[in-house]
Design a protein around this ligand. Structure first.
Ligand SMILES: [Zn+2]
Length: 404
């Protein structure tokens, strides 16, 4: 490492060579490039907002940064302004846009992995969200504890720091070190999962178009299918595992994921720990899965409402866009919306959330933005940047060249 400008007068040798060596947590280390005298200075406490950007927004912002958007491309002015405001608020330590497993899933399928990884790390503040399936598993676990106690559905708390790796309020490092993990090994499996998801969504949509269910019918069905959906997914994973083990194809074994099987093995172990005889554990887990209380699980509930809103559109003769990507968007909203301050999502998803029942019956923390309310998003980002104190602004200029 070496000292970065601006250079001030060294307290020891008095030469104008005293620069920034590093920033770590809430401490900046300064060192003289001449006499090597150094000391630490404590940085003020900050309280950063957390915003989820979908894959589309991340990639537009990255292209804008790299000057890779073609001239006159749609919404060029918006993305340029968006990049500037996000960058300023980010360097002023007012906001982070953590990376998510939903990003890396799409990254592998649609883009060059190394470049998109840089894109996701661009504004991440060295943090990333816990996996969406982990967050859902934790919610399930808390509901299982309540079920065993014989109490009603628990009231969960939504502290964003509980679902983030890395420290939200650390000052940004002056050097960003990219974590060079290789996601590509999972790509074939992901492609298959996506096509499976797309096929099942299409057949669901055909059913809606044919049977014309009401919003309420779809919602009731989705909410109450927690147990049956889980059992089906579990059966599917067990079948795939047996198939792969029986085949001579090593790559199909490599592609296996045991997530769901491990999840229920652990849940069964928890039931045993709470006094259920081991031979009854899986049975009890299965009974718990059908517990009506599960309808209140936050991620499950929000997802069900989104499906119902989508289904209602199909049922009433509209043709919403039903690609597999929409399930990713639904998962993002269902999982993160109770925790984060704001989300930038697909326009169609944002409009589904505007539907009456969703507006009146779902409550979550996040403000929702999309291409439909561009100016509001710009205003929001500007307000974040403006909320920095004078001291923080000055430090942001000195350490990161925020207003350069
Ligand atoms: Zn010196």
């Amino acid at each position: 490492m070496f000292e970065l400008p601006p250079f001030r007068k060294c307290p020891k040798c008095k030469k104008e060579r005293f620069g920034t060596l590093s920033v770590d947590d809430n401490t900046v280390t300064k060192r003289c490039a001449d006499c090597r005298y150094s000391h630490d200075e404590i940085l003020p406490h900050v309280d950063k907002r957390v915003v989820y950007l979908d894959q589309f927004a991340v990639s537009e912002l990255y292209k804008t940064k790299e000057g890779k958007r073609r001239l006159g491309a749609p919404s060029a002015t918006f993305w340029q302004r968006c990049y500037e405001l996000a960058d300023l608020a980010y360097k002023r330590q007012q906001v982070i846009f953590p990376a998510s497993n939903l990003h890396s899933d799409e990254t592998i399928v649609w883009h060059s992995p190394s470049e998109l990884r840089l894109a996701h790390e661009m504004f991440s503040g060295e943090t990333f969200f816990d996996r969406t399936d982990e967050i859902a598993t934790n919610q399930e676990w808390e509901f299982a504890e309540a079920y065993i106690r014989g109490s009603g559905p628990p009231t969960l708390t939504f502290n964003v720091d509980d679902i983030l790796s890395g420290d939200r309020n650390d000052w940004l490092p002056v050097y960003h070190i990219s974590v060079d993990s290789d996601y590509s090994i999972f790509a074939p499996g992901l492609r298959r999962d996506r096509s499976v998801a797309e096929t099942s969504l299409k057949s669901l949509a055909e059913g809606w178009a044919k049977n014309r269910p009401t919003f309420d019918q779809i919602l009731k069905h989705e909410l109450s299918s927690y147990g049956s959906a889980m059992r089906e997914a579990l059966r599917d994973q067990v079948a795939k595992t047996q198939e792969a083990m029986a085949s001579d194809d090593p790559s199909s074994v490599l592609e296996l994921r045991f997530g769901l099987m491990n999840r229920y093995r652990q849940l069964a172990a928890m039931f045993v720990h709470r006094g259920v005889p081991p031979q009854d554990a899986f049975n009890e887990v299965s009974k718990f899965l059908d517990w009506p209380g599960n309808q209140e699980q936050p991620a499950h509930k929000i997802f069900a409402y989104l499906i119902a809103a989508l289904g209602w559109r199909v049922s009433s003769g509209q043709s919403p866009n039903i690609g597999a990507g929409i399930l990713n968007d639904f998962t993002a909203i269902a999982t993160y919306a109770p925790f984060v301050d704001a989300m930038f999502v697909d326009r169609q998803c944002a409009s589904l959330l505007q539907q009456g029942r969703l507006r009146s019956e779902l409550s979550f923390k996040a403000r929702i933005f999309s291409m439909s309310n561009q100016q509001e998003f710009l205003d929001y980002l500007k307000q974040l940047g403006d909320s920095a104190t004078d001291e923080v602004r000055q430090l942001a200029n000195e350490l990161y060249g925020a207003e350069r």
